[in-house]
Design a protein around this ligand. Structure first.
Ligand SMILES: Cc1cc2ncn([C@H]3O[C@H](COP(=O)(O)O)[C@@H](O)[C@H]3O)c2cc1C
Ligand SMILES: O=C(O)c1cccnc1
Length: 356
């Protein structure tokens, strides 16, 4: 099958979550020995996952953290506080287990899967999947970051990866990314897809000062002007602005949603991938859980557009999947609440509402 055929058949196969199971899970949660709603968002997560999976008796999840890495031509515009070579260096840190997301994945008992979608000069690191489409995108200020065929190929890599993980027993996928300059790419994508100004979506990334953020805004303005004619078609916007890892992550979302497996969206870059996926297949938002809120100004705007409420707000602004890895245990706990907590009825009580 061609990449486009796989993409289209995946999109067509994505179904909304089950309203019937949502009602059953909501009723089951309401029976638990606690005041109604007292576990806050922890209640909602398990209910949403039950509705997605079509069953209330959810097993303890088998999680995987998927980190997609690639380089960005736009890094040449001086929009990051760090040099492009850091993308490749971090592949080594992922592979050798010392990166933040590697540590947090271990702490969560999750398998870490790292894929190179287009790192320039990637180091040889055992365990890193070589899914490279091209060595970095082109600079989207000058022209399209990639061709539609390359964007589709990257999406397909993500779909295939999600399918392989699910076939291997994974039923919770945390999204992560690495790519110097990718907050600028995510800012351009978010502004284009949500019809916002660059100033609303540009933040400090790896640590820009006010003057550097102003430069970043002007660069994103140039990208938006250069590609103004494509802004209605999500695949064309993705190809025009990049990046390869964002495309692959959007594919992971689509592939997981097709198999009714929830994805934990991390920060601003994975949020941009989630937006692309939602534009391609609106029902896939039912498979998304927002792990945390990043201080990047565009992140809250993405989550609002996706209709998602973040589980955590720890002022984390690293990316890599760090927030998503951390939220795995929140999801696991939410499922345990739904499946293990006693009910009022099981304790011989029929009083589930407060004394009036
Ligand atoms: C050492 C290091 C580790 C990282 N891990 C994630 N990022 C994060 O920073 C990058 C995006 O920020 P910007 O757009 O400002 O370049 C991405 O690679 C993201 O994952 C890192 C950045 C650095 C420097
Ligand atoms: O919000 C994020 O995920 C983020 C912010 C800064 C740098 N990298 C990632």
């Amino acid at each position: 099958m061609t990449d486009l055929t796989v993409l289209m058949s995946t999109i067509e196969a994505i179904r909304p979550a089950s309203d019937q199971t949502r009602r059953e899970a909501t009723a089951a949660m309401a029976d638990k020995v606690k005041p109604l709603g007292s576990l806050g968002l922890l209640e909602e997560v398990a209910i949403r996952i039950a509705a997605l999976r079509g069953r209330v008796d959810l097993p303890d999840p088998t999680p995987a953290v998927v980190v997609c890495a690639a380089d960005h031509g736009i890094a040449r515009e001086g929009v990051s506080a760090f040099p492009q070579a850091v993308t490749g260096l971090m592949l080594t840190a992922f592979g050798t287990g010392g990166a933040a997301v590697a540590v947090l994945s271990r702490a969560a008992g999750a398998r870490l899967v790292v894929a190179d979608l287009g790192v320039i000069d990637p180091p040889v690191v055992p365990g890193v999947l070589d899914l490279s489409i091209r060595p970095g995108t082109a600079n989207s200020v000058d022209g399209p970051a990639m061709t539609p065929a390359e964007a589709t190929a990257a999406l397909r890599q993500g779909i295939d990866l999600a399918h392989e993980l699910v076939d291997d027993g994974v039923d919770l996928i945390a999204l992560g990314e690495m790519g110097i300059g990718n907050t600028t790419t995510a800012s351009a994508l978010t502004a284009a897809l949500l019809g916002l100004d660059a100033a609303a979506t540009c933040g400090r990334g790896t640590g820009l000062d006010d003057e550097q953020v102003a430069h970043k805004v002007s660069v994103v303005d140039q990208v938006l002007a250069r590609h103004a004619s494509v802004s209605d078609d999500p695949l064309a916007v993705l190809a025009a602005m990049g990046g390869l890892e964002v495309a692959a992550l959007a594919g992971v979302v689509l592939g997981a949603a097709e198999r009714k497996v929830p994805v934990l969206v991390d920060g601003f870059i994975t949020g941009a991938a989630a937006l692309v996926a939602a534009r391609l297949a609106p029902a896939c938002t039912d498979a998304m859980v927002a792990a945390h809120l990043s201080p990047e100004p565009g992140h809250a705007l993405q989550l609002a557009a996706l209709g998602l409420r973040p589980l955590l707000d720890l002022q984390m602004r690293l990316g890599e999947g760090s927030g998503a890895a951390l939220a795995i245990n929140v999801v696991r706990s939410s499922i345990a609440v739904l499946t293990e907590m006693a009910t009022f009825a099981s304790l011989g009580l029929d009083q589930t509402s407060p004394v009036t």
